[in-house]
Design a protein around this ligand. Structure first.
Ligand code: NAP
Length: 358
């Protein structure tokens, strides 16, 4: 993984806590930890539901490490105490990433913000903890692509904070922004551990197992089931492979000098361009986008598609630009090619039966 020979050494002396271990991103973090021989403490909502943990159990069986489950919920104060006892590094990844919500406060902001408060205040009470890594997002940096050009140097950096999202406009971005702000406030109020954040753009690539609830899969599913067959928008977007995101987390957790935020984004691209990475291998079997939809058309039909016209104006045909140099230099991340991540994710989804309707 290393571009600069900054290979992190995973400390296997103390257990490592991973929240949201059943999730898409966390699965690959757990995989790296188990491979290194670590004991992973995994506080999850439903330890009794075998289908949620089967893929993690299979990983543990094939690796030198061990996984232990605990019952915890982001919204239940104190529920992470038992799992955190004795842990050295805490990875806090659990947070809803979905467009399927009814009440943005209840379904997105509360679990993101209260959950961060719950997990990090527990860490502040737990003497053994020396490092906390929070999975934040580029969503905590920006809302609309028009903000990229407006940023200093015309590119998003770790110095930029999202000031445009709200409960009414792009509430997922809002949830990640208030949660990361809270994480930094808690980190500054204590001196037991250092906070490091990983801020990925849209994560793609295969899952470690199962059918994750992550919005990443919903987006890819829409591409594969023909929703954009008549034309995909040139919606500027950053993308990054899930395995590169996991490597960034491991470096953030175990490199002694890691500090601050890290934009973790492999590619500045757009939805149409990314979809074209699939055409060569899958175009004969799947109704993939054949052309780029003109912006005026996307603007015109936006309300029908549940999109605000202002969103289209600020994002379609407007490039996403983010500076990933800190993640490469400080964390040693080297990013996989976009086509590889797209194709391996699509392959994974075919195997898991996502496209049975096609
Ligand atoms: P995911 O597969 O849906 O994982 C979300 C995890 O959060 C699941 O393990 C879920 O547990 C857990 N969770 C949700 N609500 C919870 C609650 N009330 N109590 C306890 N656990 C709860 O999504 P993901 O894509 O891996 O996202 C993981 C993290 O990466 C999130 O912080 C997300 O904001 C961040 N991120 C993701 C992307 C992306 O493109 N995927 C990009 C940037 C940042 P259950 O299994 O019980 O539902």
């Amino acid at each position: 993984m290393s571009e600069t020979q900054r290979d992190p050494v995973i400390d296997t002396e103390k257990p490592v806590l991973v929240t949201g271990a059943t999730g898409y991103v966390a699965g690959w973090i757990v995989q790296r930890l188990l491979q290194a021989g670590a004991t992973v403490h995994a506080p999850i909502r439903d330890p009794e539901r075998a289908e949620k943990t089967r893929h993690l159990d299979a990983l543990a069986e094939d690796s030198p490490g061990t996984i232990r489950y605990f019952k915890a919920d982001l919204l239940e104060d104190g529920s992470y105490a038992e799992a955190m006892a004795g842990c050295g590094v805490v990875f806090h990844t659990a947070s809803p990433f979905t467009s399927d919500f009814e009440d943005p406060q209840r379904d997105l902001v509360d679990p993101a913000l209260e959950g961060t408060r719950n997990v990090l205040t527990e860490a502040a009470k737990t003497e053994s903890v020396t490092r906390v890594v929070v999975t934040s997002s580029c969503a905590a940096i920006y809302t609309d692509n028009s903000e990229c050009a407006a940023a200093p140097g015309g590119v998003l950096t770790e110095d930029v904070w999202n000031t445009s999202a709200s409960l009414e406009y792009q509430p997922y971005n809002y949830s990640k922004t208030v949660a990361e702000r809270e994480a930094w406030a808690i980190a500054e109020s204590q001196d037991g551990w250092r906070l490091v954040t990983v801020n990925p753009s849209l994560v793609i690539g295969p899952a470690i197992g199962g059918k994750p609830t992550s919005e990443s899969f919903t987006i890819m599913e829409r591409l594969g089931t023909g929703e954009f067959k008549q034309g995909a928008p040139r919606l500027g977007i950053g993308m990054v492979d899930v395995r590169d995101v996991a490597d960034a987390h491991i470096a953030a957790g175990f490199l002694p000098e890691a500090q601050g935020r890290h934009i973790t984004s492999g590619h500045d691209t757009d939805l149409y361009a990314a979809s074209q990475e699939l055409v060569g291998e899958f175009g004969d079997r799947f109704p993939l986008p054949g052309s780029a939809a003109p912006k005026w058309l996307v603007w015109l039909i936006a309300p029908k598609a549940g999109l605000e016209r202002g969103y289209v104006a600020r994002n379609v045909g407007v490039p996403f630009r983010a500076d990933n140099s800190k993640s490469r230099q400080a964390l040693g991340v080297s990013y996989r090619p976009l086509g590889q991540s797209m194709r391996e994710m699509f392959d994974y989804m075919i195997e898991e039966g996502y496209f049975t309707r096609v």
